[in-house]
Design a binder for this molecule. Structure first.
Ligand code: HAM
Length: 422
């Protein structure tokens, strides 16, 4: 039996790759335009890192992590998200000495053992951004602005930004109590999962899909904010309003990771089904301390590349394409192959994507292949051409052919490609 890929993972190739590259390259460009630098952390981390950051009681840690014991007897986990790793790396590499703020971005695979469906995978890919060191709502504003700029830049229009504030350790206990009281009167109506969550993490009842009706009239975290958190939230909204970034306040938005404080946000796309969150994030002012470090305020977000690509397709956005086969070198015989290799080298040096025949086929099969690949020009080299020091250039669209001296062939092709594309 042939081996197949693991459920919930994907092979990404062909047309699909252009979407991915466009998303990744645009994200890099936008992040760097805001002063962020790239960080690459390991895919594998000590399990404890995620237990202490994402949270013991979260769905991710309870049932979704790819955790195993390695040959040295250590419990390791394939990262389910990027924030914890980035914070660990920041501390481990003493980056605090560089001063603040520091902005980082990352791109890469994440792993969660979830039930696969459209837009939900077990190996999925995130673009992520973290802004470290500023407690100010200006950092929250800038982070949402960056995300918004990126989504606009890839051409998305049918998405919305949802925001909420879930307070800080000083005001959240009051809110938690109010929620507990509200749900205690409705306990019997709760789904089985929520009955368990009621004790362990009552905030999560608000984003349960089954109990969504009950959440609508539940107490709102924004009504329980302390003065500092209220001022922070109001100021963020003021900056968003003044920059003309539309947002919706959603008091059921609590997010599935435990490290959040104050601002949380999510971007949902209306063209997607149940998995419509294309990005999500928030502030995590206590995370550095939770991981044994100093107190450093920070926030960030991550977007799911698979979902962003689905949203692009939904909106009919086409990514720019690269043709890897601009020129096809048709060679007939050993000597022709050697000449072809030299010409291809010179073309590649001039930035032209060039493929040389290596299948030893006859001329018509080679030209057919050049057509199939979408080559714009073929260079045909046979025995008789070599004796006369010429090659044949063929415009694949018109079928027009002309002879050129071997020495001039590269210039002619480069010029012809320029005129064609201008
Ligand atoms: P998250 O909401 O768990 O946040 O994930 C961010 C995004 O990753 C989601 O909005 C979604 O687009 C995508 N995503 C999550 N799970 C899957 C999946 N199973 N399949 C496909 N896509 C998925 C975080 O991961 C936080 N680290 C974000 C953050 C950064 N907060 C602060 N800084």
């Amino acid at each position: 039996m042939r081996i197949q890929r693991i459920k919930g993972t994907n092979d990404i190739f062909g047309e699909e790759i252009f979407y991915w590259r466009f998303v990744e390259e645009t994200f890099r460009k936008v992040c760097e335009s805001f002063g962020a630098e790239e960080m690459r952390t390991p895919i594998i981390e000590p399990t404890e890192l995620f237990v202490r950051s994402v949270g013991e009681e979260t769905d991710i840690v309870q049932k979704e992590m790819y955790t195993f014991v390695d040959r040295g007897g250590r419990s390791v986990t394939l990262r389910p998200e990027g924030t914890a790793s980035l914070v660990r790396a920041f501390m481990e590499n003493s980056l605090v000495n560089r001063g603040f703020p520091q902005r980082f971005y990352y791109v890469g695979p994440m792993f969660r053992y979830e039930k696969p469906q459209s837009g939900r995978l077990r190996q999925f890919h995130q673009i992520g951004y973290e802004c470290i060191g500023s407690p100010s709502p200006r950092a929250d504003f800038e982070t949402i602005l960056l995300l918004n700029t990126f989504l606009k830049e890839i051409g998305l229009a049918r998405h919305r930004v949802y925001i909420n504030s879930i307070g800080c350790p000083s005001c959240r206990p009051n809110y938690r109590n109010a929620l507990k009281e509200y749900y205690s009167f409705r306990y019997e109506q709760l789904c089985e999962d929520c009955k368990k969550r009621y004790e362990r993490n009552v905030l999560r009842l608000l984003d349960c899909k089954v109990d969504a009706e009950l959440a609508k009239s539940a107490p709102k975290s924004v009504d329980f904010l302390c003065e500092e958190c209220r001022r922070h939230y109001d100021e963020l909204k003021e900056y968003l309003d003044s920059a003309g970034i539309p947002y919706v306040e959603d008091h059921t938005l609590v997010r599935g990771l435990d490290y959040y404080t104050r601002t949380v946000f999510e971007v949902r796309h209306e063209g997607l089904g149940a998995q419509n969150a294309i990005a999500g994030g928030g502030r995590y002012d206590g995370l550095f301390e939770d991981l044994g470090g100093p107190s450093i305020p920070a926030l960030g977000f991550a977007g799911g590349i698979e979902r962003i690509v689905l949203a692009m397709k939904e909106e009919g956005i086409l990514p720019p394409k690269v043709n890897p086969h601009e020129v096809y070198v048709v060679v007939l015989g050993k000597e022709a192959f050697k000449v072809g290799v030299e010409l291809a080298k010179k073309l590649r040096e001039r930035g032209v994507n060039t493929e040389v025949e290596i299948m030893e086929r006859n001329i018509s099969a080679q030209l057919k292949n050049a057509n199939r690949l979408g080559a714009r020009f073929s260079i045909i080299i046979g025995e008789s051409e070599i004796t006369r020091s010429v090659v044949l250039l063929r415009d694949m669209a018109s079928g027009e052919q002309f002879e050129a001296g071997i020495d001039l062939a590269v210039d002619r092709v480069v010029d012809a490609l320029k005129t064609k594309s201008s």
